[in-house]
Design a binder for this molecule. Structure first.
Ligand code: ZN
Length: 153
């Protein structure tokens, strides 16, 4: 992962049911399972700066995902340095996985018309299936990589 721009997914594991406050969205019930949040980083410092911030979990609670990140464990990050913003496509692929649901309408999707950029799955999502579906939708998509959560901080 470099400081070039790109799109990423945070795979956040939650063990126990909890209720958290998510800024203006209000109360959110976080159930056991895997929450996958999709974002993009096209500002200074690119992907490495943004994902590093998520991995450390420090700083002000600014985006919706900051509240969820503070309450869960970051297990892995999937990312691409594709020069196009791919977050809506990534979110669509994740929403289409079997057993996937959108836990909170509009989460992380203030600037687009997606149902949400946060998807919950009961089981760990298949990396191979995710990549296959992504490349099937966008045949010019750049390589997709993955990294474990902890070493990124
Ligand atoms: Zn979107």
């Amino acid at each position: 992962m470099t400081d070039a721009p790109g799109t990423y997914a945070l795979l956040l594991q939650n063990e126990e049911r909890q209720e958290i406050e998510v800024g203006a969205l209000g109360e959110m019930i976080v159930r056991p399972g895997v929450y996958v949040y999709v974002g993009s980083a096209f500002g200074p410092g690119g992907l490495r700066a943004r994902v590093g911030r998520h991995a450390r979990g420090d700083g002000a609670l600014h985006w919706h995902v900051d509240y969820l990140r503070a309450a869960t464990a970051l297990e892995a990050v999937w990312y691409t340095h594709d020069p196009e913003r791919r977050e809506c496509t990534w979110a669509a692929v994740l929403r289409a996985l079997s057993g996937a649901s959108v836990p909170v309408d509009g989460f992380g999707a203030s600037d687009c018309t997606c149902p949400g950029h946060l998807v919950r799955v009961a089981e760990w999502p298949s990396w191979d299936r995710f990549r296959d579906h992504l490349h099937a939708r966008v045949d010019t998509h750049s390589a997709v990589c993955r990294a474990p959560g902890a070493p990124l901080s």
